[in-house]
Design a protein around this ligand. Structure first.
Ligand code: ATP
Length: 453
């Protein structure tokens, strides 16, 4: 730890660059789905008593394993709500993990509490997205930066002031602004104050949660450049959370991609951007807006809604939106047959077509030929539900609209197809985890996708 005579300290750390600083294994954080008065009470009218107790869980982070090396920046990317912040906060023990280990310099943070945990907190810091709300407007910049040092009993008043001023300079601000209030600064400058504050206790590891997302693009690059300079100077390690791939590309050494509480791909940056191996990562990369708006069509490859983290899909969580779901083996479908069946299943599930005759459906979705064998029989049965000419109104229960196809019919067809095909795919039955050889760089490439089985 640094002394007042050496106010900044050059992070004389016990670990060499590139050694494992943090290792997270099977880390899980579930939240109770509802914290209201009746949380956990389920109404079950068919039973006596008609209530049961049991709390639905939001599986925000589920079985995540990651390694972060001393001196590197691991970028963590994924759509909003996929669990990035929850993972960052659980690693810092701002949230208690539901399960798993968080090994920091060999010590399991998940096991620490009280004073031991408080002391560790000086080694791990966090900066947040919104510099406006994370800086107390009543405090002066100097006090803001000194607060963590005071909390950890570091230095005397003079030492803290000297260190705060030096840090102001290090983050690209004028030390003479020590007595100003945060409102006098721009968004980018406020994020620099936050950085100085986080670095004041000489941490080894900083979790940066969307630190530049609220800033203009030109300011983003400047703040990231400063963060990189500070990283090199102090031997810092960053977990850098962002939803914006261009930010991730700027700052990361390695990248982890998250989807619905799972890490689905991890690779060195160049490998991830040039040789992505998970269909979700590919879809994310393809949906980066193209600079020329006339070149449309490069967007929007991710279809469907993200499922609820309260009831996530079995196996691969991305399978319900995945364009590459694997055919169930039992039917021995050709690629073409599976392609047709999947397209039909998806169209029925989303009700994207007007009901038509069975022959028209066969032509429209199967080029006239249903798959051979058992798969064909199932498809034919499903067609029976949504075709206009296969069942009488009485058979349907008589509440169909003009074309005779009822909501129940759509649901039966959907259920039959999903149960017979989607749920029998390896993608639904087993959680994928594969280590691949990388084409770029020397690190292994992790991809949670059964296409690599
Ligand atoms: N305290 C909480 N109680 C219940 N559910 C929560 C809580 N915090 C987060 N969640 C849920 O956990 C899931 C993951 O949220 P999280 O904020 O970690 O995602 P994120 O990827 O960081 O998204 P964003 O970028 O929008 O912040 C979401 O479904 C969210 O609604």
């Amino acid at each position: 730890m640094s002394t007042p005579d050496d106010p900044i300290g050059f992070g004389e750390s016990d670990l060499a660059h590139g050694e494992t600083l943090l290792e997270v294994e099977e880390l899980t954080k579930h939240f109770p789905a509802d914290s209201g008065l009746l949380a956990g009470v389920n109404l079950e009218p068919g039973q006596f008593p008609p209530v049961s107790f049991g709390v639905d869980q939001v599986e925000a982070v589920d079985g995540v394993s990651l390694e972060i090396k001393k001196g590197e920046t691991l970028g963590l990317v994924g759509e909003s709500g996929c669990g990035k912040s929850t993972l960052g906060r659980t690693i810092l023990r701002l949230l208690d993990p539901t399960d798993g280990t968080i090994r920091f310099k060999g010590e399991d943070l998940a096991e620490l509490s009280g004073e031991e945990l408080r002391r560790k907190r000086s080694e791990i810091q966090m900066i947040f997205q919104d510099p406006q709300s994370s800086l107390d407007p009543r405090m002066k910049v100097g006090q803001i930066i000194e607060e963590p040092m005071r909390a950890h009993d570091m230095f005397d008043d003079e030492g803290r002031e000297a260190r705060a001023k030096e840090l102001l300079e290090k983050v690209g601000l004028d030390p003479r602004h020590y007595n100003r209030h945060p409102h006098a600064f721009s968004g980018g400058q406020r994020q620099r104050i936050n950085l100085a504050r986080a670095l004041s206790v000489d941490p080894d590891f900083v979790v940066c949660d969307e630190p530049v997302s609220a800033l203009d693009v030109s300011i983003q690059a400047q703040v990231m450049n400063t963060m990189e300079e500070l990283q090199a100077e102090f031997g810092l390690t960053y977990l850098f959370i962002a939803h914006d791939l261009s930010v991730i590309r700027h700052i990361s050494d390695r990248v982890a991609v998250m989807y619905l509480g799972h890490v689905v791909e991890v690779a060195e940056k160049e490998e991830l951007f040039e040789n992505p191996q998970h269909p979700y990562t590919k879809a994310l990369l393809e949906s980066i807006p193209v600079p020329d708006p006339r070149e449309s069509g490069a967007r929007g490859v991710l279809e469907g809604e993200v499922p609820s983290p309260q009831d996530p899909p079995s196996g691969c969580r991305f399978r319900t939106r995945c364009p590459r779901v694997i055919a169930p083996e039992e039917y021995e479908l050709t690629d073409e047959e599976w392609g047709h069946t999947r397209a039909f299943m998806r169209a029925v599930k989303r009700r994207t077509f007007e009901p038509m005759t069975a022959a028209d459906l066969r032509r429209e979705f199967f080029d006239g030929d249903l798959p051979r064998g058992g798969a064909g029989e199932i498809v034919d049965e499903a067609i029976g539900y949504v075709a206009t000419d296969r069942r009488t109104d009485d058979e349907r229960g008589g509440d169909g609209d003009e074309d005779g196809v009822t909501d129940d019919d759509w649901e039966r067809a959907t259920e039959l197809l999903l149960e017979s095909f989607a749920e029998r795919s390896i993608c639904a039955r087993e959680q994928p985890a594969y280590e691949l050889e990388a084409q770029h760089g020397s690190d292994p490439h992790f991809a949670a996708c059964h296409l690599h089985r």
